[in-house]
Design a protein around this ligand. Structure first.
Ligand code: HEC
Ligand code: HEC
Length: 511
């Protein structure tokens, strides 16, 4: 038995795999797996991205992937698993292979699984330049960052930043803005460039520029004398096509996160989240979570700064900003003033994405299952879980939430979930700050990211990069970057000896 798998979960997985043997795999999409960076027309020359780190995103061996999918697609009956392993409640699947992030919620009925599979195919497909013979998936660009959702959210998981070996790897975006005088929270678009740097474009259309990363080493040491080194990235834009960026232009680098369990996070009642908020730190614990209340009174939940209230809005924005596909929510092409060739380029329909496709992709993102926990009864893991609570990590990374009864997808209702997030904004200090206010968040606030699935990231994505721009090379570095409201928790971690640190990290690996 694999060492990290709970015996019951392993048994369920084995049974599920056996019962699937010989069946055709209904979840397998007619997808073209984009090889990151390889397929961009008019892609810029290799940027001088120099962020060192482990190589990431090894190419998929289609046969292995298919075999893994066959074994893993089986939705294990959740009741057969240790309830503590069900991070996503009844949606949880016992999966631990390379496809662990790409499975439908275990409790989805058959009809809904067809919608999921359709959504998956649009999520994985490479969009092409309009006009094309393949109507229905044309409309790419005019400018864009990647050709498919899956180019960045590789295997529904997390991207790694580009590096010397993969200079064209997509997945790290640069958001742009100019400071707004009146504080409605929404930063104004950078003149001539809009709200995001699009570093690719269709043939004959200028790319806006390219992101250059330079990292400096920042040494430190634990209280027991062990050394560590953090990498502090700096970002600049090379070859700006429409003139220099104005002084005061604000930038925010963002890495594509893992997409599991999003519908569950959407299904938590706003009231539940607001109860945990403590904007003025009334309880004096130094931690003042703020709800990301947006203009219309809705609560921001998605994105690294909780700028989007719903999965649907996040998805529609991704289609527009990341791929260049218009939809009912964003009808106009993303061509900022002055980008003439962009504005004159042919379109793939009005809008380019019909409502059904937007619905299916949204549904797909809402119902990606959270894999079950592993190593539940390992004593090291158990000790690490205690440390996680002792150090106050749980104040922000909340171990348990309950979904409400109002979500349109029945499978997501009234679930006890273990996302390890409060979905609130926290000031994480100057070292993590991007200095760019966004939605309800200030330049130093970030939404607590969920930690479920984090222990499977290396298996699925082949790398261990973390935090909003992927600067942390592993979990320990991610913790060591914590500051601001999380400074005491970080110091607590730094004071642990080697054995206790290993226990804490073993707990995170079990999620
Ligand atoms: C170029 C890379 C890239 C592409 C392509 C891309 N995304 Fe993303 N995605 C990101 C980044 C970066 C974020 C974080 C955004 C932020 O912080 O505002 C994100 C966030 C998200 C989220 C919110 C996740 C969360 O935990 O809050 C969803 C949902 C999502 N993307 C879906 C999609 C879908 C669907 C597509 C295809 C239409 C897509 N993305 C295409 C980079 C990408
Ligand atoms: C004050 C709230 C707060 C506390 C306390 C806190 N965190 Fe975090 N944590 C965050 C936020 C916000 C981020 C995202 C920061 C960023 O991306 O810049 C984060 C990111 C992380 C990440 C990386 C997640 C990812 O998806 O990239 C890990 C791992 C993590 N925290 C573990 C811990 C541990 C372990 C502790 C306790 C020692 C802890 N955190 C304490 C708020 C907190």
């Amino acid at each position: 038995m694999p060492p990290h798998l709970h015996p019951r979960a392993a048994a369920v997985l084995l049974l599920a795999a056996l019962s699937l043997a010989g069946q055709s795999c209904g979840g397998s999409p007619p997808a073209i797996r984009p090889s990151p960076g390889a397929a961009a027309p008019a892609a810029p020359a290799a940027p001088a991205g120099t962020l060192p780190g482990p190589p990431a995103g090894a190419p998929t061996d289609a046969r292995i992937a298919a075999a893994t999918r066959q074994a893993a697609t089986a939705a294990a009956p959740p009741t057969a698993m240790d309830p503590r392993a069900l991070l996503g409640g009844d949606t949880a699947v016992a999966a631990r292979g390379r496809d662990a992030f790409g499975l439908p919620a275990a409790n989805l009925p058959a009809a809904a699984r067809r919608d999921f599979t359709l959504g998956k195919s649009f999520f994985n497909v490479n969009w092409v330049t309009a006009p094309a013979s393949t109507a229905g998936r044309d409309g790419l660009g005019p400018t864009f960052n990647a050709q498919a959702c899956a180019s960045c959210h590789v295997k529904d998981g997390r991207a790694a930043p580009p590096d010397v070996d993969h200079p064209l790897r997509p997945g790290l975006l640069l958001r742009l803005s100019v400071p707004q005088a009146a504080g409605d929270g929404i930063p104004g678009p950078a003149v001539a460039y809009g709200r995001q740097l699009q570093d690719r474009a269709n043939l004959g259309i200028p790319t806006e520029g390219r992101l250059v990363i330079a990292a400096t080493e920042r040494p430190g040491h634990y209280a027991d004398g062990d050394d560590y080194t953090l990498l502090a990235p700096r970002y600049t834009v090379a070859d700006p096509a429409f003139g220099p960026f104005g002084t005061g232009t604000l930038t925010s680098p963002r890495i594509a996160p893992t997409l599991i369990g999003l519908g569950l996070l959407e299904a938590v009642d706003a009231a539940t989240l607001l109860t945990a908020a403590d904007p003025d730190d009334a309880d004096g614990d130094g931690i003042s979570g703020r709800a990301a209340t947006l203009e219309a009174g809705s609560l921001g939940r998605f994105g690294w700064k909780a700028t989007q209230p719903t999965v649907r809005e996040q998805v529609a924005l991704a289609f527009l900003e990341d791929i260049g596909i218009t939809s009912a929510l964003h009808g106009e092409q993303n061509c900022p003033p002055g980008q003439r060739a962009c504005a004159e380029a042919p379109e793939g329909g009005r809008p380019e994405l019909d409502a059904v496709k937007l619905d299916r992709v949204t549904f797909y993102c809402q119902t990606l299952a959270v894999p079950a926990r592993r190593s539940l009864d390992d004593p090291q893991t158990t000790r690490g879980e205690t440390r996680f609570a002792d150090l106050g990590c749980t104040t922000c990374h909340r171990p348990e939430l309950r979904t409400g009864s109002g979500h349109p997808i029945a499978a997501l209702r009234e679930q006890t979930i273990h996302p390890y997030t409060d979905l609130l904004l926290h000031d994480m200090g100057p070292d993590l700050a991007d200095g760019r206010p966004d939605g309800a968040a200030s330049g130093s606030e970030w939404r607590t990211p969920p930690l479920w699935g984090i222990g499977l990231q290396e298996t699925v994505n082949g790398h261990t990069r973390l935090l909003h721009d992927g600067r942390a090379r592993d979990m320990a570095e991610a913790i060591l970057w914590h500051g601001g409201e999380a400074e005491a928790a970080r110091e607590g971690f730094r004071q642990l000896d080697r054995t206790e640190r290993a226990a804490l990290l073993a707990f995170l690996e079990s999620l």
